[in-house]
Structures are given as structure tokens and as C-alpha cells.
Design a protein around this ligand. Structure first.
Ligand SMILES: C[S@@+](CC[C@H](N)C(=O)[O-])C[C@H]1O[C@@H](n2cnc3c(N)ncnc32)[C@H](O)[C@@H]1O
Length: 333
């Protein structure tokens, strides 16, 4: 395995310089609405006021981190997501091997635009993997009329993050032939021959990881190691993160033992990634994404904590009776 390669620049321009068929897979957390990481919006985020970023209302006295509000995007801005990802997919196409997978973090309100664009660019829509965790978006009451309409919310409360899975079509007659020639076409199974599930129980990014990489969209190593590991079916090859941020994908690749390359536009986040990738990658040395519930402080206990939080909240919010919960519980088991 070689040292992760970090590139400072615009991903479209930098991807165009990569060698044809040099990538086995892509794993990334793009700017969901494109605009939230534009220089103007990042300036407002760093200044602490204005723009698309908002601190969610405090519900339990805990300090909240800023989150972008995608509900305010205009129809034109949503259309521009589709236009952008079509061009992005077109630039990526020759660089990715036939049968290579692309896994992109999404947002329930915006994922359809990204999916439409990448299908138009020629990729197959393979699945959506749901990262189940206790989010803070949604559930808001009608603004300035909360008392007038106490029983109304404008959006469901968010408890999952979709990760959209695409594949560049295989070039050979069968997946087996594609695996032999290109080392791509399938997904790597978890330990014990278990297929990757399309629902993964997760949790908010732990504070010890945030202390290393203070990026507003930092993803947890537990989740990323499972996802990144699954993308190389034969356990070898090159993974790209074109919207690298502080480098959590590259850190996961490092921990799993994969080659990786990352691209980041923002100079401060690029600088942060240079120190964060080796430090995040060195955390939890036994956790290599082979199990859904590695028994470490960063996963096992956290998962159980989140599971009970989600469950407690479901019960409290729906005010369910004992018989109602038994029906739901049967479905969840
Ligand atoms: C949602 S964040 C990813 C954060 C990452 N998940 C992490 O854990 O640090 C998206 C990143 O893409 C970067 N970005 C936005 N447009 C870009 C572009 N055209 N090329 C490369 N990076 C870009 C932003 O600066 C931001 O850091």
C-alpha cells in the first residue's frame, strides 16, 4: 500500500489529469447543495452568522453544530446540482475502471438530482445504503406559528443519511471475467462471508475524531471503514475522494490498507487533511471495517447508545401503547 495522495484544487480539473482506468472506486461526501461550501457560504460559516448554515434549535441543552439548510434552495439551484453532477460523472467516466463503484453521501431531499445526473452520464443506480443515526434535521413546526399549529411539523424528523451506490457498467461478459481483468464489478463482503447490508446502524461523529479534524461535515471512521472496505471486491486498488474535506475517507482507506487519492478545493481544509489523515487513520488500530459492530468505544457502545436513543424517541414522540410498540419491535427485530 502506498501513502495517501492529497491534491489541492478543483476536483473537475484534477480528476481530468488522472490516468484512464486508474481508479477502482470513488467514495465521497460531496457538498449536498453545492452552494454550502462555496467561498461565500464558508466565509459566513467561519464568521458565525448569516447564509445557509444554521445552528439547529437546542432540544436537550446540548451545544449544536451548524448544519446547512437545504430547504431554502431554489428550483434553479436544485437543477444546477443535476447539471453539475452530470458533468462530474462525465469527467470521472474514463478514469474509473469498468465495474468500478461510486458511493456518494446524499440528502433525502436532494439525492434524486444526483441519481438522475449520474444515470444520465451512464452509471447504473445500484442501491442506497442508509446510515441510520440520530440526526437533528426536520421535525420543525410552522415558523412563527408554532402555538397556532401545535400538532403540525413541516418535515419528518431525520434519522438516516442516504449513501447512493452507483456502478460503471462492467465491460466483460460476466462479473467474474470483469473481476479477473479489472479487479472490479462486485463488492467486498464483511467478515464471515456476510454481504454488505443496505442499512447500517451508525452514530454522530465522536468528539475524539472531531478534535483531530474540525470539519463541519466530518464522517465517523466506524462507518467509513465499512463502506470504503466494501468498495474493492478483491481488497486491492485505488479509491478516490474528490471532495476530501479533512480527509476522513482517505484515513479510512489507510486503516483498511487501501491506496487512495483525495482532492480538496478549500486551502484551510486541505491543510487540515494533511495532519488529520494519518491521525484519524491511526485511531482504533483493530477496526478495519470487516464487522458492523466492532467492539470499541467508537462503535459498539456508541451504536447501542444511539439505538436506544432512537427507540426512546420513537416511543416518546409517537406516544405508543405497549401493544403498538410490540408490533413495531417485531418489525425492527
Ligand atoms: C461535505 S464536505 C466533505 C467533508 C468530509 N466528509 C470530511 O469528513 O472531512 C465537502 C468538501 O468538498 C469541498 N469542495 C467543494 N467543492 C469542491 C470542488 N469543486 N473540488 C474539490 N473539493 C470541493 C468542500 O470544501 C468541502 O470540504
Amino acid at each position: 500500500m502506498s501513502t495517501p495522495v492529497l491534491i489541492h484544487g478543483d476536483c473537475m480539473a484534477e480528476m481530468a489529469r488522472l490516468g484512464d482506468n486508474s481508479l477502482h472506486a470513488v467514495c465521497s461526501d460531496p457538498p449536498y447543495g453545492l452552494v454550502e461550501f462555496s467561498p461565500g457560504e464558508v466565509g459566513k460559516l467561519r464568521a458565525g452568522h448569516g447564509g445557509l448554515w444554521r445552528i439547529p434549535p437546542s432540544m436537550d441543552g446540548c451545544e449544536r453544530r451548524p448544519l446547512p439548510r437545504f430547504s431554502v434552495l431554489t428550483p434553479e439551484q436544485k437543477k444546477s446540482i443535476e447539471t453539475y453532477f452530470f458533468q462530474w460523472g462525465t469527467v470521472l467516466w474514463p478514469k474509473l475502471r469498468p465495474g468500478g463503484h461510486v458511493l456518494l453521501a446524499g440528502n433525502p431531499m436532494l439525492q434524486l438530482y444526483v441519481q438522475a445526473a449520474l444515470i444520465e452520464a451512464g452509471f447504473e443506480n445500484r442501491s442506497t445504503i442508509m446510515r441510520v443515526y440520530h440526526g437533528f434535521r426536520g421535525g420543525d413546526r410552522p415558523k412563527n406559528a408554532e402555538k397556532e399549529f401545535p400538532g403540525v411539523c413541516v418535515q419528518p424528523r431525520s434519522n438516516y443519511e442516504p449513501w447512493m451506490l452507483f456502478r460503471k457498467p462492467i465491460a466483460e461478459n460476466t462479473v467474474a471475467e470483469n473481476l479477473r481483468r479489472w479487479e472490479t464489478g462486485g463488492l467486498r463482503m464483511l467478515a464471515g462471508g456476510k454481504p454488505l447490508p443496505d442499512v447500517i446502524l451508525s452514530f454522530k461523529t465522536p468528539e475524539n475524531e472531531r478534535a483531530i479534524a474540525d470539519h463541519p461535515s466530518l464522517k465517523p471512521q466506524h462507518l467509513l471503514r465499512i463502506l470504503v472496505r466494501s468498495l474493492l471486491p478483491l481488497g486491492t486498488g485505488m479509491v478516490l475522494d474528490p471532495f476530501m474535506g479533512s480527509g476522513s475517507t482517505l484515513a479510512a482507506a489507510l486503516a483498511v490498507g487501501y491506496d487512495s487519492v483525495g482532492i480538496e478545493l478549500d486551502a484551510a481544509y486541505f491543510e487540515l487533511a494533511q495532519t488529520a489523515v494519518p491521525r484519524l487513520g491511526a485511531l482504533y488500530p483493530g477496526v478495519k471495517g470487516e464487522f458492523l459492530d466492532d467492539n470499541t468505544a467508537a462503535s459498539g457502545e456508541k451504536i447501542r447508545e444511539e439505538q436506544s436513543l432512537i427507540w426512546d424517541e420513537l416511543k416518546a414522540e409517537a406516544n405508543l401503547t405497549t401493544s403498538d410498540t410490540s408490533v413495531l419491535q417485531a418489525g425492527l427485530d
